[in-house]
Design a protein around this ligand. Structure first.
Ligand code: MSP
Length: 702
């Protein structure tokens, strides 16, 4: 049997998943259902990527331990997938005990094949915590080219992976297997990136504790991307035993298995350059395809909590369900139909309602209810015998056969929008056919019973074919349609290769027609969507607040002394590189932030400052130039807060300034001090620290 292993990215559980994160998972669910209908043995993995600095900081911001934090947020993902009816077969979270074994094993294999592939050196450069990636070497300030945030300076001794060695093998891979990176325009980007030369990359971090310990160096943890990508192996049992568990053998090692990683465009480089290099280094088979899709924006803008424009799926589903419409299917259809897959698209509630009304309620819904009602009215609810499947109008046999064949080609290329468009051509032509043939007029002439039967059977057959073809996208509604058509079993069990025009059986008893897609009233639906989104937001805030206020006394798993980290091991030694780590040997990472003495803290001088002036910095959207009175003097400080604070609102504000930092230049302007802010949410929105009581300018914080 043909095998297919499909993965979503492993999501950072640092915040609640929104419609953007749900997008990849929905798409994968559609593909998995489609492939099952094509007769593949499908494994479908999703999961969460739980280590790294970003998660460590997010947990700290909420005042809980990282393992508590990720466990709580992981739940939100599991709950949403349940609500969305996602039929994944495997779930991995990178904090699960056997994952450390996978990561350490992959590295051990690489080093065994070529001891030079990993080396240690001191790294000084800029790191973007939000995207967990290295931006530039050296100390010069740099912004992340993905999220635009200023990258932080790090200086550490790290292990490096000799990525440069893989330049040629990677270029050979892209040229011999163009399907490795899809769509084509994304492959061109990757090829030109690699052609420009690959630099070795750091694959460990020293400062971070929340990660998988480097096997023979307890001072280091694995770089979060090395850790996360290996999750694709752990999730199918790579660590189950020395040679990998049965699912790993079946879906990864078997040359007959097609492995597809579905990802968003922002994480292409990690999947199309780093990941195949890590696998080549370890001598493991490569995936067949990395497919990078576009992003969902909200009114052309990136969704962000601070902008208040994040769209969550739950209120959409509940709002539509409350009108008797299948909310889940409506959302799936909208997301897959609206944008050519691979391109960016902008989410709009109005467009969602319009798509629902025009394509689902009007086109498909009407065709179904008219046809089924007429079969009841004119043939007592039993499908009559027919002599030919079209009468006088366009030859639907040819149209339907082409649609059956071509839409499957489109779906196989993940071109859902095109595939759905084709299926809707068949629906449109059939609706037109009914309008032209006017069976309700023919029904008045008892000598034309045969012709009437032919017409209604044609419409019925179109519905049957459509139900099968669009089942992966509309799983609930098509099953409802299937039952109304009087068909037995589960429509998803139909094998697509057996689907052909003209297979319906005379004598089938159809069920009563009831609407599958009741038309939505735009104003009422928008009002309901707004109301539920607002209630959802309030609930969300209350949950986050409750979570923050939850007592910390409960022992988290990382505080339990059950498992010892390599740092704590009794001998004081880390396990040798050859040791296979069982869950006990590959302990849960430690979460402790290194302690500093009071003297260390005293070295940081923080004072109350009053902002005297604030103005934008020419050519730097994110920066504001401030003058701040710190009591003894007025300082010039450049701060990356322009996106969140208007200059006029800052004047007179009492803030906290770190006054003994080395001055530095930002965009050529000297900044002498740092303004202290909380970094909030996934976006890292800065919230300036200020005072509830009157404080004297220049007062020291201790
Ligand atoms: N943890 C890494 C992935 C590791 S995979 C081994 C990560 N996580 S993420 O949570 O930040 O992003 C997960 C996926 O969600 C990415 O593919 C990203 O492109 C996708 N999306 C996040 N926001 C999105 C939209 N607004 N629209 C579409 N996809 C988006 O990166």
């Amino acid at each position: 049997m043909k095998k297919f292993y499909l993965t979503t990215p492993l999501y950072y559980p640092n915040a609640r998943p929104h419609v953007g994160s749900a997008y990849t998972t929905i798409v994968c669910d559609v593909i998995a259902r489609y492939k099952r209908m094509c007769g593949y043995d499908v494994a479908f993995l999703t999961g969460t990527d739980e280590h790294g600095e970003k998660l460590e900081r997010a947990a700290r911001a909420e005042g809980v331990s990282p393992s508590e934090f990720v466990a709580e947020k992981r739940r939100l993902f599991l709950d949403l997938w349940k609500k969305l009816g996602i039929e994944y077969s495997h779930f991995v979270y990178t904090h699960q005990p056997d994952h450390a074994t996978s990561v350490q094993r992959l590295m051990r294999l690489a080093k065994a094949r070529d001891p030079e592939v990993i080396y240690k050196k001191t790294y000084e450069g800029r790191y973007c915590v939000s995207d967990e990636r290295y931006i530039a070497d050296g100390t010069e300030p740099a912004d992340c080219d993905i999220c635009g945030r200023p990258a932080e300076l790090i200086r550490e001794e790290n292990y490096f992976f000799r990525l440069s060695k893989f330049e040629k093998p990677l270029l050979d891979l892209y040229s011999k297997h163009p399907e490795f990176v899809q769509p084509d325009f994304r492959r061109n980007e990757v090829v030109s990136f690699v052609r420009n030369g690959l630099r070795d990359i750091s694959v460990s971090r020293q400062r971070i504790k929340w990660g998988i310990p480097w096997t023979d160096d307890p001072e280091q943890v694995f770089y979060v991307w090395y850790d996360a990508l290996t999750g694709y192996l752990t999730g199918i049992g790579y660590a189950q035993n020395e040679s990998g568990g049965p699912d790993y053998q079946r879906y990864w090692l078997d040359p007959e298995s097609e492995v597809v990683h579905m990802i968003g465009k922002d994480i292409l480089r990690f999947h199309a350059v780093y990941w195949p290099a890590f696998l080549m280094a370890a001598g493991l088979p490569l995936p067949k395809t990395v497919f990078a899709h576009g992003w969902i924006y909200y009114e052309q803008d990136k969704m962000s909590k601070s902008k208040g424009n994040v769209v969550y799926p739950e209120p959409i589903i509940d709002a539509l369900d409350s009108f008797g419409a299948p909310g889940n299917d409506a959302l799936r259809y909208y997301l897959l139909r609206e944008a050519p897959f691979g391109q960016d698209t902008s989410f709009s509630y109005t467009a969602l309602i319009q798509r629902f009304n025009s394509d689902l309620a009007n086109d498909l819904g009407n065709l179904a209810s008219r046809t089924i009602t007429m079969i009841h009215r004119y043939f007592g609810g039993v499908l009559p015998a027919y002599t030919e499947l079209w009468e006088g109008a366009q030859d639907l046999t040819a149209v339907a056969s082409t649609v059956i064949e071509r839409s499957q080609e489109d779906f196989s290329r993940f071109d859902f929008s095109r595939g759905l468009e084709r299926v809707w051509q068949l629906i449109g032509i059939t609706n037109q056919y009914l309008a032209d043939m006017q069976p309700w007029v023919i029904a008045e002439d008892s000598s034309k019973r045969g012709q009437l039967a032919n017409i209604l059977c044609t419409a019925y057959e179109a519905l049957r074919v459509v139900a099968v073809l669009v089942h992966p996208i509309l799983p609930t509604a098509t099953q409802g349609l299937w039952q109304r058509l009087g068909l037995k079993g589960y429509v998803g069990d139909v094998r697509l290769e057996t689907l052909a025009w003209g297979q319906m059986q005379a004598g089938t008893k159809v069920s009563p027609a009831g609407p599958i897609f009741p038309r939505l009233d735009k104003t009422a639906t928008l009002a309901k969507l707004g109301e539920l989104a607002e209630a959802d937001r309030e609930r969300d805030e209350a949950t986050v607040k409750g979570f923050r206020e939850a007592p910390l006394q409960t022992k988290s798993e990382d505080e339990e002394p059950k498992e010892k980290t390599s740092v704590e091991s009794e001998s004081g030694k880390a396990p040798s590189p050859g040791t296979t780590s069982s869950s006990a040997q590959s302990p849960a990472p430690s979460t402790e932030t290194p302690k500093i003495s009071i003297e260390d803290f005293a070295k940081v001088e923080m004072r109350v400052g009053e902002i005297k002036s604030a103005e934008p910095v020419q050519g730097a959207q994110k920066l504001l130039k401030l003058t701040v009175d710190i009591g003894s003097e007025v300082r010039q400080i450049v701060a990356g807060i322009a996106e969140y604070y208007k200059p006029e609102h800052l004047i007179g504000m009492k803030v906290v300034i770190v006054t003994n930092l080395q001055p530095r230049k930002l965009r050529g302007i000297e900044s002498n001090g740092m303004i202290v802010a909380a970094s909030v949410g996934r976006e890292g929105r800065p919230v300036l620290v200020t005072f509830k009581e009157e404080v004297e300018v220049g007062a020291r914080l201790k």
